[in-house]
Every structure is written in C-alpha cells, then in structure tokens.
Design a protein around this ligand. Structure first.
Ligand SMILES: CC(C)(COP(=O)(O)OP(=O)(O)OC[C@H]1O[C@@H](n2cnc3c(N)ncnc32)[C@H](O)[C@@H]1OP(=O)(O)O)[C@@H](O)C(=O)NCCC(=O)NCCS
Length: 175
C-alpha cells in the first residue's frame, strides 16, 4: 500500500511533518554531512538530491519519510518509518535533527506524530526503534516518545554491516 500524504500535514501545534521536497535540499545537505548523523548512519554516498529521490521511491514502496518542520515550515530534520520486509504491520522508526534544532524536544514530538499516524493510517501494530548503546540522545528520544525498552539485541552496524549490539525499543498502539 502506498501511504497517502496527510492533508493537512501532521502537526501537534509545534512540529509539522510533511513530505520532503526540493526546498529542503539545503537542510538535507547539512543533515547528511552533520558529524553526529555521519557517526550513526555513515558518511553520505549520495547527494541531497539523491536522498530526496530515494525517499520518494521509499514512500512509493510503503516506507514514508517526513520533513520535520516548525511553524515556519522550514525543514530542520527527517523522521521516517521502514516497513519490515516480511511483515507490513511492523515498522522501524529513524530520525535526525540539524544541530541548531536539537535540545527543544522536536524529535520526540516528531516520533510521537509519525507513530500515531502509522498506527492510525498504515495499520501498523508495532513500531521498533533501535540505537547504538552509546547513542544516549537517541535513547532519550525513544523513552520520551513512550517506547518501552526491550533490551540489548544482536544487530548489524548501519555503516559497515559488522555484528554489533543495539538497544531495541518498541511501541504499540495506545501505549
Ligand atoms: C537523536 C537526536 C534527534 C536527538 O535530538 P534531541 O534534540 O536531543 O531530541 P529532542 O528533539 O527530543 O529534544 C530533547 C532535548 O530537548 C530538551 N527539551 C527542551 N525543551 C523540551 C520540550 N519542550 N520537550 C521535550 N524536550 C525538551 C530535553 O530536555 C532534551 O534534552 P536532554 O536529552 O539533554 O535532556 C539528535 O541528537 C540527532 O539528530 N542525532 C544524530 C542522528 C541520530 O543519532 N539519529 C538516531 C539514530 S538511532
């Protein structure tokens, strides 16, 4: 199923989530080169234009990405859901904020918004969120957004695919 873009965009009055578009290319460029994003997701092997095109293709395949904006509608980060390959009722959430947008609760709000929408509109029954054990800011986002800690599980490092440990969190509808 191709998710329909929410109209009006998702908002809690502080954060707005809308599909990314060309006006966001400067923010995407800053985001993919930001040292913290590179640390957790790896050095970019594509341009901001490629990332936008990739996210549009991913949306068409059922895995949506939103630009995180404040009320001025300027993109300050991304939040996304990847559907599980073998079960389209389970998704994983990911996110980044540009450095200037951190420390204000915007990522937590964005995760809550995308989670509520995914449970309501995409029929998901479980959302997962996994972080490196040393990525404490991301773990705090998971906890503040209401995810419960499942535990430390074996996983693959997003950069080199090496075996690594990940802290796994989960959220179910109504939690
Ligand atoms: C992970 C990341 C998005 C977290 O950003 P963040 O700004 O710390 O998260 P939030 O937007 O939820 O803001 C929370 C912070 O704002 C503070 N804050 C201020 N006002 C707030 C409010 N009204 N509501 C909630 N938090 C508020 C919180 O106290 C918290 O700071 P603390 O963790 O020092 O206590 C950011 O560090 C990032 O982009 N990192 C690189 C990419 C990455 O790691 N992605 C995740 C990979 S798994």
């Amino acid at each position: 199923m191709v998710p329909r873009a929410p109209d009006p965009p998702l908002s809690d009055g502080v954060v707005i989530l809308r599909p990314p578009d060309e006006r966001d290319l400067p923010a995407i460029d800053i985001g993919i080169h930001d040292p913290d994003v590179v640390r957790w997701f790896g050095a970019p092997d594509m341009t901001a234009t490629d990332v936008l095109a990739l996210n549009r293709r991913r949306w068409a395949e059922g895995s949506p990405t939103f630009a995180i904006c404040e009320r001025d509608d300027v993109c300050v980060g991304h939040v996304w859901i990847n559907l599980a390959r073998d079960d389209s009722t389970i998704g994983s959430v990911g996110y980044f904020l540009l450095p200037d947008a951190r420390g204000r609760g915007l990522a937590t709000r964005a995760v809550r918004l995308i989670a509520d929408w995914a449970f309501r509109e995409l029929g998901l029954v479980r959302l997962r969120l996994s972080t490196e054990p040393t990525n404490e800011p991301s773990q705090r986002v998971a906890e503040r957004a209401g995810f419960r800690t499942v535990g430390v599980v074996a996983g693959r490092h997003p950069i080199d695919g090496a075996s690594t440990e990940q802290v796994l969190f989960e959220l179910t509808p109504g939690a």
